[in-house]
Ligand binder design. Structure first.
Ligand code: SF4
Length: 370
């Protein structure tokens, strides 16, 4: 998009210096980030984000055929925003054996799955030997499935209950088949907000340290932020810039996913008056991410949380990835997400094409599928 063309889309004059920086590939600052959250000119912000997206990816939008599987919902941590956790004794509580997982993966609807995404509760009965057994058996039965497992705090937790260092835990998991990690558990890095929404969960430093360790071992990860609860713009900018700083050091983040807080069936929604996020908020999160996270290649519109329709539009606001078919998502749905539990490949491709973009099926590492 030529310079004059981009600036013609901007109605809030305060954004013009930012547009100039975007056009010249200059990095945006903390104050720029605050302005991106404050300005009412969403279409101007979207135009800048779309420019960056076109520069990097043209009109390609990626997706993957993926499957979610949570090996346990038993969790000894207590995140106030979470409707997924079950305490021991809860009739909903479960922990899958490796054989249960294999049975699930053998179902016909998983035949084309490229990526297995596993995040779960913090269950003190599961140790390193459980994960080694689980990963080895899955890889033996389904060698083509990419294993993407553990939030950064989950990895820290299971290393501690196993009585070994995070590094030793990671090395043993990689030897058993772990290939990458999803980006959850980051929530909001600010300690005061973190204390209110996920008391007892490990802090930002732990999350960032474990991510850095993964990257140093050649294990790529994604990164996330939970928005739309009690945080303010300054907390979001701080969070995004911490991710950007780590990416400058390691280059190990593949994608960033803004996660919209879901208000149902969790303590946070009952403690504070929080309204569901709106389309404008959701689109702004994607656009701001594309502009501030200039070193993270992929920005995902996670349709499970923001709806399929908005994910379609988000492709014009900086998103270049619609995540995937996501068979059997549980965590967001238990907190009230109204979207389907999975989409077919044909439907995802239609969502992308209808918006004027080119669907590209990828594997976990963004290699194009034949
Ligand atoms: S978000 Fe994860 S760690 Fe927190 S309570 Fe839920 S399952 Fe446990």
């Amino acid at each position: 998009m030529p310079a004059l063309h981009l600036q013609r889309y901007i109605r809030d004059e305060r954004l013009l210096p930012l547009a100039d920086k975007v056009l010249h590939g200059e990095r945006l600052t903390f104050e720029d980030g605050l302005l991106l959250y404050e300005s009412p000119d969403l279409s101007g912000i979207g135009a800048m984000a779309h420019h960056s997206r076109l520069q990097r990816h043209g009109r390609k939008t990626y997706y993957v055929q993926s499957r979610r599987l949570s090996y346990t919902n038993i969790c000894h941590t207590h995140c106030q925003f979470c409707a997924f956790q079950a305490k021991p004794g809860d009739p909903r509580a479960y922990a899958l054996s490796a054989e249960d997982a294999l049975r699930e993966l053998s179902k016909p609807e998983n035949a084309k799955v490229q990526e297995l995404h596993m995040t779960s509760g913090h269950n003190p009965k599961l140790r390193i030997e459980y994960f080694e057994d689980l990963f080895r058996k899955i890889k033996a039965a389904f060698p083509k499935i990419h294993l993407k497992v553990f939030t950064m705090v989950e990895m820290d937790y299971y290393a501690r209950v196993s009585g070994i260092s995070v590094e030793a835990f990671l090395d043993r998991c990689v030897a058993a088949g772990l290939e990458s990690c999803p980006g959850g558990g980051a929530e909001i890095f600010d300690p005061e907000i973190r204390e209110k929404i996920c008391i007892g969960k490990k802090d930002a430093d732990t999350w960032l340290r474990v991510a850095e360790l993964c990257h140093s071992k050649g294990v790529p990860t994604n990164c996330t932020m939970l928005y739309g609860h009690i945080e303010e713009a300054r907390h979001r900018v701080d969070h995004l810039l911490k991710l950007r700083a780590l990416q400058d050091r390691t280059g190990g983040f593949l994608a960033y996913i803004p996660l919209a807080y879901q208000i149902e069936d969790n303590e946070l929604g009952k403690t504070y008056e929080i309204l569901e996020t709106t389309g404008v908020q959701d689109l702004r999160e994607i656009a701001v991410a594309r502009l501030l996270l200039d070193n993270i290649p992929h920005i995902k519109a996670y349709w499970v949380m923001i709806t399929e329709g908005l994910a379609q539009i988000a492709q014009n606001y900086g998103a270049n990835d619609l995540d995937g078919t996501i068979i059997e998502e549980e965590i967001a749905h238990q907190a009230g997400a109204k979207t389907p539990q999975h989409l077919t490949k044909a439907h995802l491709e239609r969502l992308i094409r209808e918006a004027g973009f080119e669907p590209v099926e990828r594997d976990n590492l963004y290699h194009t599928m034949a």
